[in-house]
Design a binder for this molecule. Structure first.
Ligand code: PLP
Length: 379
């Protein structure tokens, strides 16, 4: 099989970010721009407004950008929206929920973790019981698609429970926003965090928080650090159109281009359709080779898929990984505690042909290692 390469000669990234971007997104970055450049200032405003629009929050919500990776945005969201005397229930079924708890611990925000295994959705009855029984709880935090396993958490249902109990909802929609539906007119959140380099298909370097305006106004004075002060970041942007500190200019300009391409693809439904097609090909193809996905199809988000390690002792993951990379496809090791596994993502500038390509490469690697099929040990 010939080595697969992107237009710029790179292997394809079947990872949950950074991911493969379009040649036009990459090309948008080859200029120098001053932070007060009028075109850049306009692009910046258009990017933030477009994100609010994509979120379904025009008029009610505002998007605040945050320099850094996605975690910077999650930390900014939690530490600003949960006040010093607040308490947040954190729904955990993977590494990103655990990271949210760590953020709250460091910032000294009271929290209560409701944890389920990585292949299991949150326990909604337990959530309702906690909200009914603990009047100190002010907020609930949930992860939309837990990228650890690829599980799609029932974000709208959680939102309804939180709203009915009169509490505030904070969402880490990092690996879902832009592809899986979450509309601010239907899911009543105070804030949602995501980043430039996942389903919007930009490059890494900028997080953002879509905030309900009234709730954002009320965060004034909550910040625990200067750089992650969302209220201040927002106010400076409103007054001057500028970032408080050096903006990730090339990242923003690339995201501006990526959002044009997002709209041209038909926005959220269009992007979801492509990712769902990718996921289908990958899941069917992997099953045909004997691999077993961790999640049942009804829990699986079309973002990243986790597969059990094959039982055949001739299967060596490092050799498998290296062989796939040589053939032009970078996959992702597992990060699970419930099962020995590896992951393959299907987001980014990837289409059916890339999914068929990686399946071909996997078939070759199995043959090279003398592994007859990918079936895991019987459970
Ligand atoms: C990618 C991701 C993040 C942010 O991770 P960074 O490495 O900081 O960009 C947060 N939450 C989820 C669910 C993610 O997939």
């Amino acid at each position: 099989m010939p080595t697969a390469r992107s237009e710029t000669g790179d292997p394809f990234l079947l990872t949950p970010g950074p991911l493969t971007t379009s040649p036009t997104v990459k090309r948008a970055m080859v200029h120098d721009w001053g932070s007060r450049d009028a075109t850049f200032v306009r692009f910046n405003r258009e990017v933030l407004e477009a994100i609010t629009e994509i979120a379904g929050g025009a008029g009610t919500h505002v998007t605040v950008g945050m320099q850094g990776s996605g975690t910077f945005a999650v930390e900014a969201m939690l530490t600003n929206f949960v006040p010093r005397d607040g308490k947040v229930v954190i729904l955990v079924n993977g590494a990103y929920g655990k990271r949210a708890q760590r953020i709250c611990e460091i910032a000294g925000r009271a929290n209560l973790v409701l944890e389920t295994p990585e292949d299991t959705p949150p326990d909604l009855a337990a959530l309702s019981a906690v909200l009914a029984g603990d009047p100190a709880v002010t907020h609930v935090f949930a992860v939309h698609c837990e990228t650890t396993s690829g599980i799609q958490n029932p974000i709208a249902e959680i939102g309804r429970i939180v709203a009915k109990a009169g509490r505030r909802f904070l969402v880490d929609s990092m690996s879902a926003f832009g592809a899986l539906p979450i509309d601010a007119r239907e899911v009543a959140y105070d804030a949602l965090a995501a980043s430039s380099n996942k389903c919007l298909e930009g490059v890494p370097g900028m997080g953002f928080i879509v905030c309900r305006k009234e709730a954002l106004v009320a965060t004034k004075g909550n910040a625990t650090t200067l750089v992650l002060d969302l209220h201040d970041q927002w106010q400076a942007m409103e007054k001057t159109g500028q970032w408080r500190f050096t903006p990730p200019i090339q990242v923003i300009v690339a995201l501006h281009q990526a959002i044009q391409e997002y709209k041209a693809e038909g926005g959220q439904p269009g992007r979801l359709a492509r990712y769902a097609g990718n996921a289908r090909i990958l899941l069917d193809g992997m099953r045909a080779l004997g691999f077993r996905p961790l999640l049942s199809d009804n829990l699986q988000a079309p973002i990243i898929m986790t597969f059990h390690m094959p039982a055949d002792p001739r299967f060596e993951f490092q050799r498998f990984y290296d062989g796939l990379k040589e053939r032009g496809y970078v996959i992702y090791p597992g990060k699970l505690t419930v099962a020995d596994s590896f992951r393959i993502g299907c987001i980014g500038r990837l289409e059916a042909l890339h999914m068929r390509g990686v399946l071909g490469a996997i078939r070759e690697m199995l043959a090279e290692m003398g592994v007859a099929h990918g079936a895991p040990a019987a459970a």
